[in-house]
Design a protein around this ligand. Structure first.
Ligand SMILES: Nc1ncnc2c1ncn2[C@@H]1O[C@H](COP(=O)(O)OP(=O)(O)OP(=O)(O)O)[C@@H](O)[C@H]1O
Length: 596
């Protein structure tokens, strides 16, 4: 696994070029050889034409021609080999940058707060960001290629033209810049249509996800027809925007090429005057041929420079969008989380944990930005090795209390981790301390194994065993490599929950918040997993939110929540203090169900 590089700045394009300096050095050397070979080819072409004329006049030798032909063939061979090497390494450069950017991007998206993801639309942001990385890298690849294919070659051709006849050269060279300016003028249109296309493709991916995830609900409630129409509308807008963007992208390059070629007309007129000895310079046929060939090549190259503008403009739009997601913090967070998790594997499970001994919650108050006060003056403590059960009536704020630890929204009061305020910690430190499993298992369309490991190199089976899922997974079509579908659609509710729990346990954290992790399980599986969890979390602190109380006698402490306030105590104390708690516990079988 690649370690985080201190000097690397993920939000600077130059950093990606610097990181690939070795590959770019090979590109530079092969690019220079390629361009020198191209010039040599043109020089040989002119010389061969001149030699042919001499032979036809009976003044030249065939042996001279043979030497020129051999030189020409060698130049072409060198050009082709250098070209192959250059292209191979430019592609390699692009692949390396693409992989690096996507790694940082995934780390960023995985750690982005739910609130901001929801605001931007999860599907949309993911799809857009991945497309953006591709466009951006394509721009960087084209830029790297064109530096040699265009930049160096243009300078060499211009030098050669000026050397043959500077007046004619200056006259002809007016047109390529006009072609550049035209490309520059078209920039806004290409950017606008490109951005519209990206936006539509984001909407479409959202609509597709919505159709897949909520298909049954729409069918049951008879909204399928209406949803289908809405989807068709999305598809039509997407097609329209794709066609528009493509037209602007493909129509303009031929226009740029025609503009830059206009100089040929001047060469034919003034060039023949030079050959006849009545022009600005005195030329042979060979000089005329070389000049014309040089200009044609230069025009073709300048039209690719104009094309390069398009690619770079597109890349700029994409870069602007993904830049905020490519931050140093996210790069380090991703690397740190994986390193920690792998260290746990090699040095024993406790080694990678931050050493946290105590959590103190004092006068905690919380309200959602658009809502009423949900938590109102909550205080309790938890020590290393303890497990706390949190329960209370429906919608009393249990999940909200769990989420407060994620610091997605500001809270009042304190959550102190060994005396340090959680809210003031850096996100990377907080991520290293708080482990969280919410109602939504948040599974992605990959194998069972990858859903557990999320990039770490542990043994996924160990964690599947802890959540009593190892046998079930073995019986799946492709065992641990079985794809679970987007959001885990190919799994049962209980399997999805357990798989998410396995992932949470795989990324051991000192504080573990589990929001109703057993809701879709039968009692015997729940008991077994609970026993494994207790065993595994002797070095953690676990806050377990649940409606099912029959395991609560085994908790070190219980928090009863009601009206944003709490009553804290042992199970026995709660039975005495809170009538509602006693009632709920008895309804589940009471003492007969206790598992001391
Ligand atoms: N993102 C949100 N924005 C605004 N209000 C919210 C949000 N999430 C939850 N609420 C509100 O906060 C209150 C508490 O919700 P919460 O999910 O924390 O309760 P809960 O005790 O976990 O419920 P349950 O027992 O059903 O799991 C509810 O009134 C809910 O409507």
């Amino acid at each position: 696994m690649e370690k985080s590089d201190k000097t690397f700045q993920p939000d600077r394009v130059l950093s990606y070029f610097k990181k690939e300096w070795k590959v770019l050095l090979i590109v530079t050397i092969s690019g220079l050889i390629y361009n020198l070979g191209l010039l040599a080819g043109l020089w040989f072409e002119g010389k061969m034409t001149g030699c042919l004329v001499e032979i036809l006049r009976g003044l030249g030798q065939f042996s001279d021609m043979l030497v020129l032909v051999l030189g020409y063939v060698t130049a072409i061979a060198v050009v082709q080999i250098a070209r192959y090497i250059k292209r191979f390494y430019v592609r390699r450069f692009a692949n390396n940058v693409n992989r690096r950017m996507k790694e940082i991007l995934y780390a960023g998206l995985v750690r982005k707060s739910r609130a901001s993801l929801r605001k931007e639309g999860e599907g949309s942001i993911m799809t857009k960001a991945i497309l953006d990385v591709d466009d951006c890298v394509e721009g960087m690849r084209k830029f790297t290629t064109e530096i040699f294919d265009t930049g160096v070659a243009l300078a060499a051709y211009a030098g050669m033209l000026l050397w043959y006849d500077f007046r004619l050269a200056l006259l002809c060279m007016i047109f390529p810049p006009i072609s550049y300016m035209t490309a520059e003028k078209m920039k806004k249109m290409i950017q606008r249509t490109g951005a519209a296309y990206k936006e539509q493709s984001g909407y479409l991916s959202n609509a597709t996800l919505d159709r897949a995830e909520n298909a049954i609900t729409y069918r049951v409630f008879g909204c399928e027809q209406e949803r289908q129409l809405a989807y068709e509308e999305n598809l039509t807008s997407y097609e329209k925007s794709a066609v528009k963007a493509n037209i602007w992208n493909s129509v303009m390059p031929p226009v740029y090429r025609i503009i830059s070629m206009v100089g040929v007309l001047f060469i034919l007129y003034f060039g023949q005057k030079n050959v006849l000895g009545t022009g600005w310079s005195t030329w042979t046929i060979a000089s005329f041929t070389t000049f014309l060939a040089c200009f044609v090549k230069m025009s073709v190259k300048s039209s690719s420079a104009a094309k390069l503008f398009n690619a770079v403009h597109k890349a700029q739009v994409s870069w602007k969008r993904i830049k905020p997601l490519l931050t140093k913090q996210e790069e380090e967070n991703g690397a740190k989380a994986r390193e920690n998790s792998e260290r746990q594997d090699t040095e024993g499970k406790e080694a990678g944990l931050e050493n946290v001994t105590q959590l103190q919650i004092g006068h905690l108050k919380f309200a959602y930005p658009d809502g009423k006060q949900i938590l109102n003056d909550i205080s309790f403590q938890i020590k290393k090795g303890q497990m706390i059960g949190i329960t209370g009536p429906v919608a009393c704020g249990k999940s909200t209390l769990g989420k407060a630890f994620l610091c997605e929204y500001p809270y009042e009061g304190q959550i102190l981790v060994d005396g340090e305020e959680l809210q003031k910690m850096t996100p990377s430190k907080r991520t290293g301390i708080i482990g969280y499993l919410g109602h939504d298992p948040e599974l992605f369309n990959d194998s069972v194994e990858n859903n557990v490991l999320m990039g770490t190199k542990k043994n996924a089976e160990d964690f599947l065993k802890m959540v009593c899922m190892d046998e079930e997974v073995k019986e799946m079509d492709n065992g641990i490599q079985t794809l679970v579908g987007n959001g885990g659609v190919r799994l049962s509710g209980g399997q999805g929950k357990r798989l998410a729990l396995a992932r949470t346990l795989c990324y051991q954290k000192p504080v573990l918040i589990l929001d109703d992790p057993f809701s879709a399980l039968d009692k015997s599986t729940e008991k077994q997993i609970f026993a494994n969890l207790k065993e595994q979390s002797r070095e953690n602190m676990v806050l377990l939110i649940s409606h099912r109380l029959y395991l609560f006698p085994q908790m070190d402490q219980i928090i009863w929540m009601e009206d944003g306030k709490t009553v804290t105590g042992t199970h026995e104390e709660l039975l005495r203090k809170v009538l509602e708690y006693e009632k709920l516990f008895m309804e589940e079988g009471g003492a007969g169900n206790e598992e001391k």
